[in-house]
Design a protein around this ligand. Structure first.
Ligand code: IMP
Ligand code: MG
Length: 195
């Protein structure tokens, strides 16, 4: 009689990366509605020019823009900080400029997260030279523990602890941006944190 083989190759299981929700979709949406009201209260009746920093801010910007009443225009800028992964290296480079001039406009820079502050410090320098009427900053998340540059945001969605987060625009190696919530990423054993 042929022996039935019960042999199964022993494959070492890779511990998968996991994401633990930190801020739920509902919390994000509620907070954005509050921020939108706050911003409009600060600039009643004024056209506002939202400048999103690609790509992380896209989801935040589009939700925020739809919650602010009155006249809004939008534009995007892209920067890259050298290095990727879970730590920013500090050096910032402009990789895509705005389509239109910001001179004389009330500009709100929209960022996903304020971490070391190097990106924002660089952007504010660039924008200030272009003579906007006013320049304000809105960030969905603020990680104050990691701050290096002396910058602050005028509008902050949530202050969070020093953890690497993904979702709602924030990525790890381009993944997880499409999550509707923000969660803390724990990498699996096979994935390496690149710096
Ligand atoms: P900063 O220049 O250190 O303030 O970093 C800003 C940029 O680093 C953000 O716009 C994000 O793209 C990225 N970043 C910082 N912290 C995180 C995080 O926890 N998750 C995902 N991206 C992050
Ligand atoms: Mg970003």
């Amino acid at each position: 009689m042929a022996q039935r083989s019960s042999y199964k190759p022993r494959i070492k299981r890779k511990a998968a990366a996991s994401v633990r929700t930190l801020i739920s979709r509902a919390q994000i949406q509620r907070r954005i509605a509050e921020l939108a009201q706050e911003i409009r209260r600060d600039f009643p009746g004024e056209p506002l020019h939202l400048v999103g920093v690609l790509k992380g801010s896209v989801f935040f910007l589009t939700d925020l823009a739809r919650q602010i009443s009155g006249e809004i225009s939008i534009d995007f800028i892209a920067v890259s900080s050298y290095g990727g992964g879970t730590h920013s290296s500090g050096e910032v480079k402009l990789t895509r400029d705005l389509d239109s001039s910001i001179e004389g406009k009330t500009v709100i820079v929209v960022e996903d997260i304020l971490d070391t502050g190097m990106t924002l410090q660089y952007l504010l320098r660039v924008f200030e030279q272009r003579k906007p009427r006013r320049l304000r900053v809105a960030v969905l998340l603020d990680k104050p523990e990691r701050r290096v540059a002396k910058v602050r945001a005028d509008y902050v969605g949530f202050t969070i602890p020093n953890e690497f987060v993904v979702g709602y625009g924030l990525d790890y190696a381009e993944r997880y941006r499409n999550r509707a919530d923000v969660g803390v990423l724990t990498l699996g054993t096979q994935e390496k944190k690149t710096v």
